[in-house]
Ligand binder design. Structure first.
Ligand code: SF4
Length: 432
């Protein structure tokens, strides 16, 4: 058996990945021969040759390597846009294609990046800075537009995105050091503003239950009175209600619960490791009952599959205690488009072409529009109708209040020092 090639790209913020023993590029569980099918690295031409040969001889090649993995969203591990080579599984004569792993396990990979606050200038989002302690997300939502970031890391935006999760063990220490810099609080062009968590990967995905990095970050932010916004699909946020309630009493936190559907069966394949829809509504209720301002985020609205639920979702969210609501129309940038179409063909073959036609209706005839200003809500009659229904529902259920501004004036810079982490007790109770 031949093993995989190590990706050549090494982005600035991902310095130690290959030197980390947890980064098992060479024994990829998904495709290594130890699980049955042999994997070889091949060019696109060779893939075509292999498939041609398979048609002409008894050689068996996995058809596009599509499998429904229980508890996973993507049905393939297709290469990212930067890869010059493809991988294909061939039967080595032992009937081994049938032995491919049914359930790829999570790998945890250290990310030794020293910076944790990421800045953005997008006019589409109401924040200019964010923290993502994890990359990749085990919730595995097939529509997740963070998937293409895994291609940048040399991993697949498909199954790799939801199984090979990077984490920043020193994120809290790095945050202390960044907030302590005079330039952070004395920058006239970028004054102190809320930091958002959950903008790219979910801060309460399963790995957080043992790594506890999100909780450590919240402890830092709470200790120095720094405001934070959180978006999640995870019930694990309930663990941190103590910190969040304390921050809410100082007007320092806002939470958005992301919930695109109430349909349990649809959710099971659409976002396989996120909490069940009704369970997420319960989380929303508990957050509201703890006195923490909370919103519903219907993200994404998927034409034909979920757009019929707008009014019901708004009603139930309002009853659970949400004070506002927002939505994002389905976005299919880069590799997400093919992964989503693949998922549609496997799970909703009867609706696939209709869904994609409606998607194109909202995107000027294409599968995706990336321009600022339209990528969140789309364009055209269908997109306008969704916007009108959402606005009417918000009014009807009292969810049209603007989120109140979090208070940035209380921020007190922490002291940057190695001892600071011990003073703050950052690692008390950490189990990772
Ligand atoms: S929970 Fe959010 S970050 Fe995670 S896969 Fe789903 S959409 Fe992506």
């Amino acid at each position: 058996m031949q093993q995989g090639l190590i990706p050549e790209r090494q982005p600035e913020e991902f310095t130690d990945m290959r030197s980390d023993p947890n980064h098992r590029t060479g024994d990829d569980d998904l495709f290594a021969g130890g699980h049955g099918g042999d994997a070889i690295d091949v060019t696109d031409d060779l893939v075509a040759d292999l498939r041609r040969a398979a048609g002409e001889t008894s050689l068996r090649v996995a058809p596009d390597v599509r499998h429904v993995h229980k508890g996973r969203g993507a049905v393939s591990n297709r290469e990212g846009r930067f890869e010059s080579q493809s991988r294909v599984e061939i039967d080595d004569g032992w009937g081994s294609l049938e032995d491919l792993p049914a359930k790829p396990a999570r790998q945890e990979i250290v990310d030794a990046t020293r910076r944790v606050i990421t800045r953005n200038q997008s006019p589409d989002v109401p924040f200019d800075r964010s923290i993502n302690a994890y990359r990749g997300c085990e919730h595995g939502c097939i529509y997740c537009f963070a998937r293409p970031t895994h291609a940048w890391l040399g991993m697949s935006p498909g199954l790799d995105f939801e199984t090979r999760i990077t984490y920043k063990p020193d994120a809290a220490i790095c945050l202390v050091n960044e907030l302590a810099k005079p330039a952070y609080s004395n920058n006239p062009t970028r004054p102190v503003a809320p930091i958002n968590m959950g903008t790219n990967t979910d801060p309460y995905q399963p790995i957080e239950s043992t790594r506890r990095i999100t909780r450590q970050l919240l402890e830092v932010l709470s200790d120095c009175n720094h405001p934070v916004g959180i978006t999640t699909k995870g019930t694990l946020i309930e663990r941190d209600l103590d910190i969040l309630a304390s921050m809410a009493s100082r007007n320092l936190v806002h939470v958005s619960i992301s919930l695109p559907t109430l349909d349990h069966e649809l959710s099971r394949t659409l976002e396989p490791r996120a909490a069940a829809p009704r369970r997420r509504l319960k989380t929303l209720r508990l957050i509201a009952q703890a006195g923490i301002p909370v919103s519903l985020l219907m993200a994404p609205v998927i034409p034909l599959l979920t757009d019929g639920e707008i009014e019901k979702l708004l009603k139930l969210a309002a009853q659970a205690g949400a004070e506002s609501a927002g939505y994002v129309l389905l976005r299919l940038p880069l590799e997400v488009r093919d992964l989503f179409v693949e998922w549609l063909q496997v799970h909703h073959p009867d609706k696939a072409s209709h869904v994609m036609q409606l998607v194109r209706d909202t995107r000027g005839g294409r599968d995706y529009q990336s321009a600022w200003g339209v990528r969140q809500r789309g364009t055209g009659d269908y997109a306008d109708l969704i916007a009108q229904r959402f606005a009417a529902g918000r009014r009807r259920y009292g969810l049209n209040t603007r989120q109140s501004r979090l208070d940035c004036s209380q921020f007190v810079p922490p002291v940057a020092a190695g001892a600071t982490t011990r003073q703050l007790g950052l690692f008390d109770g950490a189990t990772g």
